[in-house]
Design a protein around this ligand. Structure first.
Ligand SMILES: Nc1ncnc2c1ncn2[C@@H]1O[C@H](COP(=O)(O)OP(=O)(O)OP(=O)(O)O)[C@@H](O)[C@H]1O
Ligand SMILES: [Mg+2]
Length: 189
């Protein structure tokens, strides 16, 4: 069993890219959000955030039983990727998007101001990057700046990295924005 993991802040394109990658590689795609729903792991609604709260133990069990059922390669995308057992993971890709572009994209989705700000800040700090580096070996974690790439271009890049054995380029929006003197525009009070 080898899992290709696609993670990233909301709006960075995980679902789109995973779909394209799945068809390029002829590999089945699973969304952790869908898996959590199907397995009844969404235990509560966080009203302030307008989002479900996932029971992590329940989702780990659901992931493990999925991996037992499926043979060969598969793609798993979504949040909570650090719950996937690392020994099953072939490679993890973290999609990154320039905070300014991400902010516009999330606004367009109709997210509240607070939710936009929370997610933009998470992207600036690199929360998904850090979670992935904690959960998986550094050598199998690659980040892709998709700011000026289409989902297809991003999927092509993923295939390239898989074929070449890896890419450990790290993206640091915090440092970049700091140098530009506009870090505060992207962090909450
Ligand atoms: N590389 C890209 N360039 C421009 N727009 C993109 C890109 N990738 C995705 N999008 C668009 O951005 C939006 C968010 O994409 P998508 O739903 O795949 O994100 P996601 O990471 O799965 O978000 P969530 O975590 O909320 O599920 C969609 O409207 C999608 O068409
Ligand atoms: Mg998605």
């Amino acid at each position: 069993m080898t899992v290709i993991v696609i993670g990233g802040t909301p709006g960075t394109g995980k679902t789109e890219v995973a779909r394209v990658l799945g068809s390029l590689l002829s590999v089945e795609v699973f969304s952790l959000g869908q898996l959590a729903d199907d397995a009844g792991c969404v235990k509560a609604i966080d009203k302030a955030r307008n989002t479900g709260v996932v029971d992590e133990d329940c989702l780990v069990d659901a992931i493990i039983s999925l991996l037992e059922k499926k043979k060969g390669r598969l793609i798993i995308e979504g949040h909570y990727i650090d719950l996937i057992p690392s020994k099953e993971v072939e490679h993890a890709f973290i999609l990154r998007t320039h905070p300014q572009v991400l902010r516009e994209r999330l606004k367009q989705r109709g997210y509240s101001e607070a939710k936009v700000a929370e997610n933009v800040e998470a992207e600036v700090i690199g929360v998904c990057q850090m979670d992935a580096l904690d959960a998986f070996d550094e050598e199998i974690v690659s980040e892709i700046d998709t700011t000026s790439l289409s989902p297809r271009e991003t999927a092509n890049k993923i295939v390239e990295i898989l074929n070449s054995g890896g890419d450990q380029n790290r993206i640091d929006w915090m440092e970049m924005l700091e140098q530009e003197g506009r870090l505060d525009d992207f962090l909450r009070e």
